[in-house]
Structure formats: structure tokens, C-alpha cells
Design a protein around this ligand. Structure first.
Ligand code: HDE
Length: 716
């Protein structure tokens, strides 16, 4: 294929701009281009008369409005997206003939959509949920979609169970409650009968399910795919996205409060980071397994409830993705984008993972109802930048005006065009896998180990992470009303880790069953003996995997962290400025919070603008807190319950808090903080008093001081 100079970003933008519209300086018109001279009044029979059916402008406007909504996605309805590009570091030609993975000088445009799964389009961003991580690469060889999640495994092994899983997690059908939450009976009823979901449940109950930001999440392709090189040789591949800002989460109490204070928290965070030029970045990672090694693992590579530990097959970082442009229009781009794991380019292919195989059907099918017909690939955001020529014609909303008479192949009237591409010309040729077997409606017995990787995940967590996971289970199962469901879950948890099961059972007033207790395994094929399909436990070759814990994530940057500066009239300007400058130099974002909006005056009469008042702001929206000093400032804030609440909440959520001089008097108003200040161990738990900005910067980079949690009642 002929190499194009700097294909990509510009090409795509101009492609889209054919359809972008800017009304600046333009006349208001009807959809037929007729200039409108009164858009304020409908046409009437006299001043107090009836409205005329003749009023085509009124009818056109109202009819269009009546049809403005389209069905929301049946899953992943709530999301936010951005444009950017991907660039490979070094040619991967050894493994794949995909052109965009071969040329390090090529920037391939991408459009990336992040989402929650269960909630409706208007639901909160901070639900405990899996996050979707969909990437559309507009490559020169056609569109490639990597439609992944922020967790590397899935709940079920076979696509035929997907509608059941989703029915169970969505609001219950009789009363449509609860919105965007898995903490209810139908979800846990289903899960408690599906032992294969246990590994995913560990991820879902971990803090990975409540990310700090879309920009601080990993992404995973989940299934095993294939890379195919120019010689037709196949390698298995698992895809990863590694965020350069590290992987960080909020805590559950905070997540619930953010849901009230700012349900758009993740959407806003992504938007603002890009507007501020702090472009989110991820590295694309691959785990490559030679075809010959397919059976060398203690799990089946085709089983989507399993991951390949990074200690066994390291992740090679092969390129970088940068998101640098917000969409112009949410509906046209983020809502109308149609991803499909079946959109692959030459050099990337599928495996027989039965979940993936089902997805290959589902995604086109769902767009037909959601986007209203077969021409959704012509919507600007879905268009390929590679030329599209075929004999598909007509259908709702056809945009292309195909010329000529021949819409079939072979033809002679059209000169035989369009031609089939030879493999050497980039023509897609499916991997020729040898298949020799009977048709069965069943499941491979190599998929029967449902617990060992759940244990691996649990054992790999830090103490704080284990505690959060336990608390999440206590919360979720505590909301379940049917005791039998809770009991079945304790039985399943006991197969993962006895202590975990015991700790959850304690909070639920239950006991851990003595004998091994599995629920009936509902995945047993109909004509088989359930005894042959009892879950088995295969000891994994490693007991812990560092990569599974967020504790080991990079903690060397405070870029884009949101820092609240709490102050009132009479604050000391100099220490504020020193701290602000130092933090901003490291890329943090500062917001001035005061009792009321407007301007605020320092002890020496200097004025600064207030960004948010205590009424409109909340501690949960920030990563760290700087409490300003100054006699009058501190006296005012001591008598301001919202200010004290702000500080206490930041402390409760394990965030770094800094102050200097008499700002410490304000901190002492919280009895818990006072205790630490007296003990003088505060440096260790993120209370930075009378220290240089550098100390505060290091504390913010740590993200959270979970050590404080040990003092919580759970841990005694
Ligand atoms: Fe999806 N999924 N899914 N899914 N999925 C959809 O397609 C489906 C699965 C994922 O930002 C739907 O366009 C089936 C795994 C993401 O627009 C639908 C099965 C993974 C998104 C669908 C799965 C995903 C979707 C709904 C089991 C991680 C959002 C709207 C066989 C690897 C895409 C749409 C976006 C969306 C079906 C399982 C990720 C109905 C049948 C596993 C990120 O087609």
C-alpha cells in the first residue's frame, strides 16, 4: 500500500468539517433554506385567533423537536468522548501487518468513548460499575475498533448469557429501581448462581469500579485476539491501555457524595483537562503469545473470565494515544458513534472466545435499531478515512450518491469495478484456523476453574484495597433483601478466600458454610451430568501479581490534580502565592474556595477572585486541600460550619491537607485531626504543616493516605 505523508489527523478533521456548521453571521432559515423573518410567533387567524395548519415553519420546527431523541444504548448509555491520535513507537511488522502499527511517523486519528455500563444516559458518572473504554482508530486501511473495558475480564463466558446479566443488573422491571447501581436483589441473585462471575466480581467490588478520572483508568481488550503478520503467521494478543497519570480511584463514601454534588464529574474532568491543554495520554500495551504456546497456561486463553498475569507474559508498551480535542457536538459525535469489535483491519483477527463471537453479531444489530438503519457508517463520526466502494445500496438516510448502473459484482458494465483487493494490496483475509469437530451446544471443561484467579486478584491487593473490597461486598449484599441470595454469595466467597467470606458474613449476620457449597452451576449444558461440570480450582503458578493492585501504580506526578485553597477575608497572600505557584508549576489546578463568591481581600488589602463558594463547592470534588493562614481569615472560618465540614471531609477521604502558621488552628477544630497533630505523626498521614511546597507536592502525588483508615472502626 502506498505510504501517505502524515495521513490522519488533518485528513479526518477536514473529512468531518464537510458536515460541521457554524452559524456565525448567518441568517436563520428553515430546513429547506428559506430565510425566516419571525421565529417568535406562530401564524394565527388574527391576534387572538387559532393557529393555522398552514404554518410550515411551526410544523417543521416542532416535528423535528418531537423526533430529537434516539434510543439510548442498551448498555453503556452514559458516556463521554474525545478526539486524539495514536502513534506506534516501533514497527510491529514482526507480528502484524496492520499498517498503523508499523509506521512510527504515522499519527492515526482516534475517537475514544468512556462509559458506565448499567445506568441510563442521564445517570451519575460515579456509580460502582465497569467502565467502557472504546477506541475507534481511523486507519488508512479502514476503521479498527478496540471496544474494551477498564477491567481485564468479564462476568460470563458465553454470549448467550449477556441479556440475562444485563437484565439482572439494570433497574428491576417492576419498579425501575435502582438507577445505575448493582446493589439490589436481581443482580446478586444472578451472580450468586453464576460461579464463573467471581473473578469479575472481585474487580467490580474493588476501587477500580470507582475511578478518580477516565484519564486515570487502565483499559483492556479483554478477549484474546490475534495478530497476523505478512507471512500469515498468527500470534495471540491481549490489549492493554496504560494511563500515564497512573491508575487512581476515589473511595466509596466519596463516590456516593460526588454523585449528588456533581453527577457529571468524570465527563467534566475529561472535558476540562482537554480544554486546559492537559491532554490525557495512554500507552498501548500488548501481551503476545506464540500460537504454539496456546496450551501452556493453567487457564484457557479463550476464556474471557481469565487474564494472563503480567509476571507470566509481560506487557510490551508499543505506542501512545493522546486525546487532544473535545467533540464539537455531543449528539453528533459521542451519541452517534457506533463501535463494533468486528471492525478490524488486515493484521488483526479474532479467536474463538465464545463471548467475543457473540459480540461480533451484537454490535451491528444494535446500531440498526439505535441509529435507525444500515447506513450508520456514513454518519461523519463513523466514516472511514480510507475510501469506501462497494455494491451496498439504498436504505434509510443514504448519504452517498453512487454513480453508474452497476451495483453488483461481477459486472462488465462498470468495468468490473470495484475490484477485489489482493492480500498484498491490503485485502482482508481471515485467519485460516483448522477446525475439525462436531457441533455442540456446550462449554469447554477448560473453562471450569472459576475461583483461582479471583483468589489471585484478592491476594494481590494491599491491605487497604482488601478492606475496600470487603466493605463494598458488605454494602452491596447488605442492600440485598433476600437472605438466601446473601447466603449463596457467602458460599461463593468462601471459595475465593475464607477470611474475606468471614468478614462479609459478619457484617450480614450470617455464617460461612462449613462444607464446600456451590450453587447449582447454571452453565451446565442441558444434556450433561452437573457433576461433570462442578467448578474446579486450579492452583495458579503465581500467588500474587503486583500489576493487579493500584498500590503499585505510578505516584510521581500531580499533573491535573484539583487542589482546593480554603480562605476568607484577611488571608496571608504571600504563602498562598508561593504554594499556588509551586503547585501550578507541577501541573496541578487550583481553585479558590471562600464563604461567598466575588472578590476576597488579603491582610494587606490585595484582592483575588473566588472560584467557588462553600455553598457551590464540596471537598469531594478535590484531590487535596490547602488551608490558608491569616488572623481574620482563620477567625472567620472557625465560625463557618461549612468550612470545618470541608476540612473534615477531606481528612475522612484520606486526602493530603496542608497549612502553615495559624492555619493549623483551623485544623485543630476537627477532633480527629487535632489528635494527629498532637502526636506529631501527621507527616506520615498526609497532614503537611509548616513544610515546604515540595512536601505537599509529594503528598499529593501519593493520592491518598489510607493509613488513616486503620483508625476506622472496621479495623479497630
Ligand atoms: Fe458490549 N455492547 N457486549 N461489551 N460494549 C455494547 O453496543 C455486547 C462486552 C462494550 O462506547 C452495545 O453500541 C454483548 C465485553 C463497550 O458506544 C451492544 C456482549 C466488553 C460498549 C453490546 C458484550 C464490552 C459496549 C450497546 C457479550 C469489554 C460501549 C451499544 C457477548 C471487552 C461502546 C452498542 C460505546 C456496547 C453487546 C460484552 C464493551 C448491545 C452481546 C466483554 C465499551 O451491542
Amino acid at each position: 500500500m502506498k505510504k501517505k505523508e502524515n495521513a490522519g489527523v488533518d485528513k479526518k478533521s477536514s473529512d468531518l468539517s464537510v458536515n460541521t456548521q457554524n452559524a456565525a453571521g448567518q441568517l436563520l432559515t428553515s430546513n429547506q433554506g428559506v430565510p425566516v423573518n419571525d421565529d417568535q410567533n406562530s401564524l394565527k387567524t388574527g391576534e387572538r385567533g387559532g393557529t393555522l395548519l398552514e404554518d410550515f415553519l411551526l410544523r417543521e420546527k416542532i416535528t423535528h423537536f418531537d423526533h430529537e431523541r434516539i434510543p439510548e444504548r442498551v448498555v453503556h448509555a452514559r458516556g463521554a468522548a474525545a478526539h486524539g491520535y495514536f502513534q506506534v513507537y516501533e514497527s510491529m511488522a514482526k507480528y502484524t501487518k496492520a499498517h498503523f502499527l508499523q509506521d512510527p511517523s504515522l499519527q492515526t486519528p482516534v475517537f475514544v468513548r468512556f462509559s458506565t455500563v448499567a445506568g441510563s444516559r442521564g445517570s451519575t458518572d460515579l456509580a460502582r460499575d465497569v467502565r467502557g473504554f472504546s477506541v475507534k482508530f481511523y486507519t488508512e486501511q479502514g476503521v479498527y475498533d478496540l471496544v474494551g473495558n477498564n477491567m481485564p475480564v468479564f462476568f460470563i463466558q458465553d454470549a448467550i448469557k449477556f441479556p440475562d446479566l444485563i437484565h439482572a443488573v439494570k433497574p428491576e422491571p417492576h419498579n425501575e429501581i435502582p438507577q445505575a447501581a448493582s446493589a439490589h436483589d436481581t443482580f446478586w441473585d444472578f451472580i450468586s448462581l453464576m460461579p464463573e462471575s467471581m473473578h469479575m466480581i472481585m474487580w467490580l467490588m474493588s476501587d477500580r469500579a470507582i475511578p478518580r478520572s477516565y484519564r486515570m483508568m487502565e483499559g483492556f481488550g479483554v478477549h484474546t485476539f490475534r495478530f497476523i503478520n505478512a507471512e500469515g503467521k498468527s500470534h495471540f494478543v491481549k490489549f492493554h491501555w496504560k494511563p500515564l497519570l497512573g491508575v487512581h480511584s476515589v473511595c466509596w463514601d466519596e463516590a456516593q457524595k460526588i454523585s449528588g454534588k456533581d453527577p457529571d464529574f468524570h465527563r467534566r474532568d475529561l472535558w476540562e483537562a482537554i480544554e486546559n491543554g492537559a491532554y490525557p495520554e495512554w500507552e498501548l500495551g500488548v501481551q503476545i503469545v506464540a500460537d504454539e504456546d496456546e496450551f501452556k497456561f493453567e487457564f484457557d486463553l479463550l476464556d474471557p473470565t481469565k487474564l494472563i498475569p503480567e509476571e507470566i507474559v509481560p506487557v510490551q508498551r508499543i505506542g501512545k494515544m493522546v486525546l487532544n480535542r473535545n467533540p464539537d457536538n455531543f449528539f453528533a459525535e459521542t451519541e452517534q458513534v457506533a463501535f463494533h469489535p468486528g471492525n478490524v483491519v488486515s493484521g488483526i483477527d479474532f479467536t474463538n472466545d465464545p463471548l467475543l463471537q457473540g459480540r461480533l453479531f451484537s454490535y451491528t444489530d444494535t446500531q440498526l435499531i439505535r441509529l435507525g438503519g444500515p447506513n450508520f457508517h456514513e454518519i461523519p463520526i463513523n466514516r472511514s478515512i480510507a475510501p469506501v466502494h462497494n455494491n451496498q445500496r439504498d436504505g434509510y438516510m443514504r448519504q452517498t450518491i453512487n454513480q453508474g448502473r452497476a451495483s453488483y459484482h461481477p459486472n462488465s458494465l462498470g468495468g468490473g469495478c470495484p475490484f477485489q483487493a489482493k492480500t498484498i494490496e491490503g485485502g482482508f483475509r481471515s485467519y485460516t484456523e483448522r477446525i475439525d469437530s462436531k457441533t455442540i451446544r456446550g462449554r469447554s471443561k477448560s473453562f471450569l476453574d472459576h475461583f483461582s484467579q479471583a483468589t489471585l486478584f484478592y491476594e494481590s491487593q494491599s491491605e487497604a484495597e482488601k478492606q475496600h473490597l470487603t466493605d463494598a461486598l458488605r454494602f452491596e449484599l447488605g442492600k440485598v433483601e433476600t437472605v438466601e441470595i446473601r447466603q449463596r454469595m457467602i458460599g461463593l466467597l468462601s471459595q475465593i478466600n475464607k477470611e474475606l467470606a468471614q468478614n462479609v458474613a459478619d457484617a450480614l449476620g450470617l455464617t460461612v458454610p462449613e462444607a464446600l457449597m456451590y450453587p447449582i452451576n447454571h452453565s451446565v449444558p442441558a444434556n450433561e451430568d452437573p457433576q461433570d461440570y462442578q467448578p474446579i480450582y486450579i492452583k495458579q503458578s503465581i500467588e500474587k501479581s503486583e500489576a493487579l493492585s493500584m498500590n503499585h501504580t505510578s505516584k510521581n506526578s500531580i499533573r491535573t490534580r484539583q487542589i482546593a485553597f480554603l480562605l476568607a477575608d484577611g488571608f496571608e497572600m504571600e504563602p498562598l502565592e508561593t504554594m499556588k505557584k509551586a503547585l501550578e508549576k507541577e501541573g496541578a489546578m487550583i481553585k479558590i474556595i471562600a464563604p461567598k463568591l466575588g472578590e476576597i481581600t488579603s491582610s494587606k488589602g490585595e484582592k483575588i477572585k473566588v472560584d467557588q463558594s462553600l455553598l457551590t463547592s464540596a471537598s469531594v470534588l478535590f484531590d487535596a486541600l490547602f488551608v490558608c493562614s491569616g488572623k481574620e481569615c482563620v477567625e472567620t472560618l472557625v465560625n463557618e460550619p461549612d468550612a470545618i465540614g470541608f476540612i473534615e471531609e477531606a481528612y475522612k477521604h484520606y486526602k493530603p491537607i496542608a497549612t502553615e502558621s495559624n492555619g493549623v488552628d483551623l485544623l485543630k477544630n476537627s477532633s480527629r485531626i487535632k489528635k494527629e497533630l498532637v502526636k506529631e505523626t501527621h507527616g506520615l498521614i498526609g497532614l503537611v504543616v509548616d513544610k515546604s511546597p515540595q512536601e505537599f507536592i509529594s503528598a499529593i502525588a501519593q493520592h491518598r493516605f489510607w493509613e488513616r483508615e486503620k483508625k476506622d472502626k472496621h479495623l479497630g
